[in-house]
Design a protein around this ligand. Structure first.
Ligand SMILES: C[S@@+](CC[C@H](N)C(=O)[O-])C[C@H]1O[C@@H](n2cnc3c(N)ncnc32)[C@H](O)[C@@H]1O
Length: 271
């Protein structure tokens, strides 16, 4: 006869996931469970009922859905974006004074060109990569209106960007990584595109607990822990990995009583 009361390991096995994934689930969701003394115990029946009462539409986090979402919101993105972050990411990039007139820059997850359009006149060429054709359409329209002619828009899911090895002087990426299923692979792809000594400028959210923000924006990850992201860069051929807080107006994302999600800027150099 099947056991009705399960330990953590047995409950994870029932769901077919690792104990680590199961613990993450316990933290993120209201899973039926009791802590007895120091041990978690689960009812097999309650777990199965909980699983079958779920609703796939409550989850928003596959790349396909992200693409659909950004295609839909593309014309309104600039206004939407202002509810989450202001101009301080691109201002920070300009302040760091890393750009040179002869550089080729790849902007990953370029969107409507928040970064690409801000830097185009300071460099030779910007390759703006995005999964969403509608976002790239917005980027091209806005670039045209601003008289910018050196941005090449490339539609790609960021996994295997059609860009030659080692041809980029710098990768700039704002609020892209938290949309990627396997962020460490994205870091490896950045390394592939950069020349030795080339740099990365990356802005993203620190790990946050604002579930509403994550769901609304179709984010895969609720931001990142600085130590994890630093380790991904160091493991994938980068040195001088520096992470700093970005101060700016992120207050509007604090609607519904949530604290605003803080933003960091990472810079790194390809070995
Ligand atoms: C939050 S927006 C940021 C846009 C822009 N960088 C900015 O800061 O305003 C995220 C962008 O990443 C793009 N994106 C999401 N997943 C992607 C993927 N797998 N490959 C390429 N682009 C992706 C989306 O289409 C969207 O334009």
């Amino acid at each position: 006869m099947e056991k009705e009361i399960l330990t953590m390991e047995e409950a994870a096995e029932l769901f077919g996931v690792s104990v680590k994934t199961f613990i993450k689930l316990l933290k993120e969701e209201k899973v039926p469970a009791r802590k007895i003394g120091r041990e978690w115990r689960f009812s097999r029946k309650a777990l199965i009922e909980w699983l079958s009462s779920g609703d796939s539409q409550a989850y928003s986090s596959s790349e396909g859905e992200t693409k659909e979402f950004f295609n839909e919101v593309a014309p309104d993105w600039e206004e939407m974006r202002k509810n989450y972050y202001d101009e301080s990411i691109k201002n920070k990039l300009m302040e760091l004074d890393l750009l040179k007139k002869n550089m080729t820059i790849v902007d990953l997850g370029a969107g409507d060109g928040y970064i690409s359009r801000a830097i185009a006149k300071s460099v030779k060429k910007v390759v703006a990569v995005d999964i969403s054709s509608e976002m790239l359409k917005e980027l091209k329209k806005k670039a045209r209106e601003a008289g910018i002619k050196n941005i090449e828009a490339v539609e790609s899911d960021g996994r295997d960007v059609p860009f030659e090895n080692g041809n980029a002087d710098m990768i700039c990426t704002s609020m892209y990584l938290h949309h990627i299923d396997e962020p460490e692979n994205a870091v490896a792809e950045m390394n592939r595109m950069l020349r030795p000594g080339g740099k990365v400028f990356l802005a993203d959210f620190y790990e946050h607990s604002n579930r509403e923000l994550k769901d609304k924006m179709h984010d895969v990850w609720p931001g990142f822990k600085p130590d994890s992201i630093k380790a991904w860069f160091e493991k994938n051929g980068f040195s001088d990995v520096k992470i700093e807080n970005l101060s700016g107006d992120f207050q509007k994302s604090a609607n519904s009583g949530h604290r605003p999600a803080s933003i960091f800027v990472l810079t790194a150099v390809k070995l």
